[in-house]
Design a protein around this ligand. Sequence first.
Ligand SMILES: O=c1[nH]c(=O)c2nc[nH]c2[nH]1
Length: 423
Amino acid sequence: MKTLNGKKSGYSYTRSWMQMHCFGLIPSSVAKMSSGQSKIFLGNIFHCQNDPAKKQLYRISNEQGGFVIVKRSKIMAIGRKEDLEQARAQHLADEQDVMVTVLSDRQLLIPGFVDTHIHAPQYPNCGLGYDKPLLEWLQAYTYKLERKYRDLEYSRKVFNAVVRRTLNHGTTTACYFASLFQDASLILVDAVLKYGQRAFIGKINMTTLAPDDYVETPEETIKLTRKFIESVRSKDCELVEPIVTPRFALSLEMDSMIELGQLVKEYNVNVQTHISENTDEVKQVNSKYGLPYANVYDKAGLLTPKTVLAHGIYLTDEELSLLSQRGSSVSHCPDSNTCLKSGMCDVRRLFSFGIKVGLGTDVSGGASPSIVSAMRSALATSINLSFGQKNYKPLNYLDVFYLATLGGAEDVKQKQNWSSTTQ
Ligand SMILES: O=c1[nH]c(=O)c2nc[nH]c2[nH]1
């Protein structure tokens, strides 16, 4: 077996991690490449972990010369080189064929990124149509594109491309809004399984506020969601989980949202939706339901510890307290918040309420499917917020690295065996 050369790397991670590759900790992709061969990676490892004392949001672990052991697509152990032999004996004792990869000092192993909010069908519109605010943008560009996914060949083409592209950007876990259409949504499931990404995939629920040929009836939306959940679960695969996906509070009536809340309980599934993204949207929600935005979802039973809410720019203190009580988390989508001129989300304020936060590209509200790009936008938004507030401490590189990795994993509540670095 090869050994580490023991040299110090001298690699300045705070300065240069944004330029680097995401090398490893992509267990599912590793598995695809070599059908279950066990592997050991040796090199510098950089990742966030929870602080056991809970005094800080995360602590950085920077192993100069560490190892990762991968056995049949699962990360079995991560540690320091002096513990490698013992870990190898424990996890790979009966393995004859182990591939060992030694990284150079200029390479770094980091966890895969988690995109906590991305609309797969909107991928062809990336970078287009930012001359309108949210509600007009939906009508002028977004629904028109999303309607096309009745065409399953088109769906296959786009969804394969989205999954390949996000994996190339280092996104190993994604929380996808799929299509209104069940069959198209299942094609996204197939694409994710084909390329070995892990994902939460939701068939969108929408019965109103869109063109007549692009909504479902209240009966259909529940029936087809149940069918979608059962179809995904019947694939019996670890990589993909269904997620209940009411588009936003203006897309449905309360009765339908309550029924979705019942499905969430019945199947113990995650939930994703939008919240408080745009001032006109918030006003319309308040006047439609006579309730604050977060309370609308709460009334429907949709605020759970497995709920991810995208945006959350205009939530009041009372709403943030409610989210915190329910254990629901927020997907921060800074690029989209800028492109659609929605506003600036104050992540530090969310943290102060004890709310978990991850990062979302929000394609195509956001112009890029890259989480590194979302990290840059998160930094820019936070710096812009600091201009108006004395003593405001903007997010730094490590904070946005946390949001893109461990923060995102906590947002979507990954299962224990999904990635040992993100627990
Ligand atoms: O950024 C967004 N993208 C969408 O597709 C959407 N639908 C409702 N609210 C939304 N916000």
